[in-house]
Each structure stands twice: as C-alpha cells, then as structure tokens.
Design a binder for this molecule. Structure first.
Ligand SMILES: [Zn+2]
Length: 345
C-alpha cells in the first residue's frame, strides 16, 4: 500500500513532494488517501493555511463528518478512526486552516497525474521504508496483541468474543471423543448455524426445533450414553446398546448399529434427506457464479465427497448430521466458489 502528496505554492510551483509505502494489516484505497492527508498535514508548519485537492469524494465527506465538527463517539465505529483522530489532533495542535476541494479523477489534471505517478513510484522504489502507524497521535489508542486497533471498536470486540466463544465450543471434549476436530470447518459451521432462519425463528413452534438442533450439535439428545452420564444411578454405566450389546449407544451409533432392522430404523429417512440435501445444494451451486469454470467432472467429484457416504455413514457424514460442516466439503468447494457463495463469510 502506498501514498503520495505534492505541495504547490499559490503560483502553482511545486514546493515539495513525498511518497512512501505503508504497512497495514487492512490495506484499502481509502486508508492510503487518509494517510496521505495525515502525512501532508503533519509536514506543515504551525498556523498554515492550506487547500487540499483530492479526487477522493469519500475523503471530503468523512472530513466534514469527523474533523470539522466537535468529537463524536461515532468516529470510533469508522475504519481508520486512529488516522482520523490523528488528523484532528494535528489540525488542532498546529492551528491549521484547512480546506478540502474535490478534483475530478482520471480527468487529465496535471497535478493529479503527477501524484498518481509518485504513488506508482512508491511501489517500485526499493529505497522506500514501509511506514506504519507506529505512533498514532489519537488521544486514546486501543491495542490488541501490541497492535493498534484501527477499525470499528465495537465490531472488533464483538469479533474477539465470538472467536473466543467458538474456540470454547470447538475444544469441548464431546467433539474430540472419537476423532480429531480438525476435520470440521468451524467458521462455516458457525455461519450456517447463525444464518439458518428456520432454526432461530420462534414462530410456528420453531423453538422446539431450535432446541433440538442445539442438542443435536452438542450431543445432548437422550441416548443411553447421555443418560448414563446424567443419571448413573438409574442407567448403569456398563450397559451397551440394547440392540447389539456390543457398542455404547451414542448418537452416531444410532446410524451405524448393525442390529437395527432397516424397516424400523430412521436410517432410510436419514439417507433420503441427506441425498435430497446433496441434490439441492448441487443445484444451487450449478446456478451460482464460480470463480473458475467448472470442469466436466465437477458433479461426479461433488457427489463423491465422503460426507455424502451414508451407507454405512462415514465420519464426515456423521459430522454433517450433527450440523458440523466437514472440511472435506468446504475444501473442495473453495477451489471453485467464493467464500460467500459456499457460506464461509
Ligand atoms: Zn447397537
């Protein structure tokens, strides 16, 4: 990421030019513009009167929103709020008289073109030293892991707590009981759970369904194994599946017990629902816009993913039954589709 500015006198003669690169965790075109403004203002002597010409309309609107007015807490919701606070601080401390004007972009404005050339030079010039916001001038700076937080603070804190909650969920022993949790795409699982309006709509008696889905995800449905943990005085911990008497009766065992007669087992319904899900998902993927053109083998490869193998159910298939999205599915789809199409963001 790079920025540049050029200072001219009232007669149009160039007084000084500057360009450099910026290290940033969250690069954006607007951040470059704000940084150029900040650096340009910081280079001025006290009590200067200056007119800043920019082709960035957003810079003007944010300036009038956050710099020309008294401090408002809403600035902390803005990306680059540390840069804007620093701009406020410099303008105030140096008593600068600043006016911003808009020049048209790509309109062959000589000075605008000159600055664009400088920005390109910043990218190719090996002499530039990447400049970060190591010492922001904002009066209050929130840091996380020694990094200044220059994004919407409320959203940042919410994301941190979301990530902590998800981590707490992911390391629960129940998910690690028989196999590693590294085959689960937790981000996608969270996205699907949060965005499934059917689950969280409390109308039309959906609250019971919501409770069922959560119990299914957390393995809390009253299988014999769960009851043995909850009421060991009623359910002897040594009891095994009443059908085969060979394995503990877990939720997964309900789909894999060899002694359950097919006609009395919900396994057939389960298989039908899973294959319907596969068909519907495939149909919507074929209508979505892929990142690269889909090969002829796409349908065969998609239908062969191990999470659809339900007779007998694979580990990925059992994960999917709980509402846990397997990495084998999202890993395959990421080759062809953007994260938002497959529900990763
Ligand atoms: Zn059994």
């Amino acid at each position: 990421m790079a920025y540049a500015w050029t200072a001219i006198d009232p007669d149009g003669f160039i007084l000084e030019s500057h360009y450099n690169t910026i290290s940033s965790l969250f690069p954006s075109a607007l951040r470059s513009e704000v940084f150029a403004l900040l650096h340009g203002l910081d280079s001025l002597p006290r009590n200067s009167k200056i007119t800043v010409a920019t082709d960035c309309a957003q810079l003007l609107s944010l300036w009038s929103l956050y710099v020309e007015v008294p401090f408002i807490p809403r600035i902390l919701k803005e990306s680059n709020h540390l840069l804007w606070s620093s701009v406020r601080y410099i303008v105030s401390q140096k008593s600068l008289d600043v006016t911003l004007i808009k020049v048209p972009a790509h309109a062959d404005d000589t000075l605008n073109n000159h600055v664009d050339v400088l920005v390109k030079a910043a990218h190719t010039d090996s002499q530039t030293s990447s400049q970060g916001l190591s010492e922001p001038l904002a009066p209050c700076i929130l840091q996380f892991n020694s990094l200044s937080v220059d994004m919407n603070i409320r959203k940042f804190i919410r994301d941190i707590f979301d990530a902590k909650s998800l981590l707490t969920l992911a390391v629960l022993p129940r998910f690690n009981f028989n196999s590693s949790i590294f085959d689960i795409n937790w981000a996608c699982t969270k996205f699907c759970f949060n965005n499934n309006k059917q689950i969280f709509s409390h109308r039309n008696s959906r609250s019971e369904f919501c409770a069922f889905c959560i119990k299914l995800l957390l393995d809390m449905l009253p299988t014999l194994t769960t009851l043995q943990k909850r009421k060991p005085h009623f359910y002897d911990p040594s009891w095994l599946c009443p059908q085969c008497n060979s394995f503990p009766e877990t939720l997964d065992h309900l789909w894999t017990c060899p002694y359950i007669l097919p006609e009395f087992s919900p396994l057939n319904t389960f298989k039908t629902l899973l294959l319907d899900l596969r068909t519907n998902y495939l149909d919507s993927l074929l209508f979505a816009t892929p990142l690269i053109s889909l090969p002829d083998s796409f349908v065969d490869e998609f239908t062969a993913i191990d999470c659809w193998k339900c007779d007998p159910p694979s580990i990925s298939c059992l994960r999917l039954t709980h509402g846990l999205i397997p990495l084998s599915l999202t890993g395959f789809l990421r080759t062809y589709f953007s994260p938002s199409t497959i529900g990763l963001s």
